[in-house]
Design a protein around this ligand. Sequence first.
Ligand code: SF4
Length: 331
Amino acid sequence: MKNFTYVRANSIEDAVSRATSDRQAMFIAGGTNLVDRLKVFLDEPSQLVDVSRLEMKQIERTNTGSLKIGALVTNTALANHIEVRRNYPLLSRAVLAGASQQIRNMATVGGNLMQRTRCPYYYDTAFPCNKRQQNTGCPATTGMNRTHAILGASESCVATNPSDMSVALAAIDAVVEVEGVQGKREIPLIDFHRLPGNNPERDTNLEPGELITAVILPPLSFSQSGVYLKLRDRASYAFALVSVATALEVAGDKIKTARVALGGVAHKPWRAMEAEEFLIGKAANKSNFEQAAEIALQDAQPLAHNGFKVELSKRAIRRALAVSAQGGGLA
Ligand code: SF4
């Protein structure tokens, strides 16, 4: 084991400065994924910069009507916050669909965005893995790949992003606020995570030393139509085989705005933009939902063991859209 130092950051600037001057440093808050990785030596930081006591625990309304979620808000606090439950029920349901109560009590919003894939080969150091070490190979492409990606993958990596919360945030058009030595910047959630390409070791578009400080939820007038449908091998404490987040704004008998995001199918939360565009101006009916689902999966490239995800995704999209059209709720 490689020894590391532990420091408690006394400000955001302090944390960013430490992580910028030492590229081997890592931030830690709830630690619900990072500690697991440390235990099996997937990460060997030179220092852990503890950001858990910094002032990033508020949920507050901004003067533009957005809801700003501090990066250290726990998943439990987020899911149960009255404004989130009332105005973004889709997000509350997605968070409650993830992990266990104990983990949600510790896990933070920022950490949720930073969690890494649960590809079993990534966690088993007896196997090579391009995400762990560049140009060593991807055993999942020819091995057991039932839980792996069907969209946006590459020959280098077919892993999926495990987050439920991120799928809901993608549908909401959330924005991630980050701070680095150059100051603050905002990254749309759908651009925060990366597709694997030739660099699967990089999960996000964060620059070295940047710290997530908040996630901003824009006002969503049709949020009550929000649905999060998660399909998995068992009813709790399991990652999604496929998940779908939908919301619909219907004016008269026509769809004015549509949101469709998928989880469990790609290296990042997957917004089905072409399906959304197809739905605009159409009637909210079964036939159009079926066509939207076909469009959303038209570029799917299943592997040997995960072809079922294509049909499962289509059915989940159809179901979630139908419930959104009825006003939202549980699918
Ligand atoms: Fe590693 Fe990605 Fe291949 Fe899994 S899918 S073994 S994480 S390179």
